[in-house]
Design a protein around this ligand. Structure first.
Ligand SMILES: *Cc1c(COP(=O)(O)O)cnc(C)c1O
Length: 369
């Protein structure tokens, strides 16, 4: 049996007619950049989230950068974020001229360890970027309390957590802004690069919208210099077509995760993901911790099962951050995490038989040891 890590072809096959006509409409109307479909998507996404503004951008990385810049983050500032994320979260901090300050993760749920944040705050700290990692919300109560106490901005990195909830609130609506990526394999994925920023702050939304569009609203005048970070009509049209399905897809991801959990829960070689009580997890990634991880990965691969590491190295240990001189004792949990983590196949269309096969092969691997 073959079990791919994700199967975007399967999703396309299920909604092919709708996607094809959505794409055709954009081409026929030559609504390539911004335009009607982009406006409709912004409106629909904002309304799904119950927020006043959705600013579409070229991709999630630029979304974080634009939010940081328009919140006034720049040289001399520090921004706190988690040790475990994709580099987009931290490289954008550097790009504003500020310094990324990493915090270790929780051993149970892999999001930023909020009890370590205070120890990293200095006079230069301006913001916190929590990441709702793998689809599990970070502890937003603690983060917002700290942010309030020290007057910090909170930029939620929601790239892996479309419609995840913390204490009944959708992530992205709790901090000052929420940034989303619609990279094709994300829970809500375009057919290319796309992203957006949501916020209830009208003035900030206006600035971000301008900055993403060369500092201009009308192409006549440019109020300041910006960048080019636009969503295109094809992506907006694909996203509009997929948006009505996202809750069903998230539900299936969750159900698949619970099947994995129930089959693996008493198996001592594997640590299954924990879903915290206050969180509605959307399982962008189903990550286990495994003994002899690399050998297991190899064994699964030879049995047609594709797995991925999210991520092979935590941010502080990447060559890009060598200048910060971190070693493994600075982030012991993140370090241990990168050596043991393994992401199993996860997508809405994954079938029970495939999950059972993956689990059977995992158990077979350890039996042979
Ligand atoms: C995917 C991702 C991003 C970046 O999104 P792009 O659209 O690929 O630029 C940012 N943060 C996290 C945690 C991500 O997983």
């Amino acid at each position: 049996m073959n079990v791919p890590f994700v199967d975007l072809k399967c999703q396309y096959a299920n909604i092919k007619d709708k996607i094809d006509s959505a794409i055709k409409n954009v081409v026929e109307e030559t609504a390539f950049i911004r335009g009607k479909y982009v406006e409709n998507f912004e409106k629909s996404y904002a309304s799904e989230y119950g927020v006043k503004n959705c600013v579409s951008v070229g991709n999630g990385t630029e979304g974080i950068y634009i939010a940081l810049k328009m919140l006034g983050i720049g040289p001399g500032d520090e921004v706190i974020t988690t040790a475990c994320s994709w580099i987009a979260t931290s490289e954008t901090i550097t790009q504003t001229g500020a310094k990324p300050v990493f915090v270790d993760i929780n051993p149970d749920c892999y999001t930023i360890n909020t009890s370590l944040i205070r120890g990293k705050i200095t006079k230069k700290t301006k913001a916190i970027i929590p990441v709702h990692f793998y689809g599990q919300p970070a502890d937003m109560d603690k983060i917002m309390a700290i942010a309030q106490e020290y007057g910090l901005y909170v930029i939620e990195d929601c790239a892996q957590a479309h419609f995840a909830m913390f204490r009944g609130k959708k992530v992205g609506t709790i901090g000052n802004v929420g940034v989303f990526s619609f990279y094709p394999s994300k829970n809500l994925g375009a057919y290319g690069d796309a992203g957006c920023i949501i916020t209830d702050n009208d003035e900030l939304a206006y600035k971000m919208r301008l900055y993403a569009n060369h500092g201009s609203v009308n192409k006549v005048d440019h109020l300041f210099e910006g960048i080019n970070s636009r969503m295109d009509g094809l992506q907006a049209s694909v996203l509009l077509t997929k948006l009505p399905y996202i809750h069903e897809w998230n539900k299936r991801r969750y159900e698949n995760a619970m099947i994995y959990n129930s089959l693996l829960k008493d198996f001592e070689k594997i640590k299954i993901p924990v879903v915290r009580d206050e969180c509605q997890h959307v399982f962008h990634v189903y990550a286990i911790r495994a003994e002899q991880r690399d050998e297991l990965k190899e064994f699964l691969s030879s049995n047609g099962i594709q797995t991925v590491l999210h991520y092979p190295r935590a941010l502080p240990f990447l060559s890009a951050y060598k200048y910060l001189n971190h070693d493994k004792d600075d982030f012991p949990v993140a370090y241990k995490h990168q050596t043991a983590i393994l992401s199993l196949p996860m997508y809405p269309e994954l079938e029970r038989a495939q999950i059972e096969y993956v689990v059977k092969k995992i158990k077979e691997f350890y039996k042979s040891k």
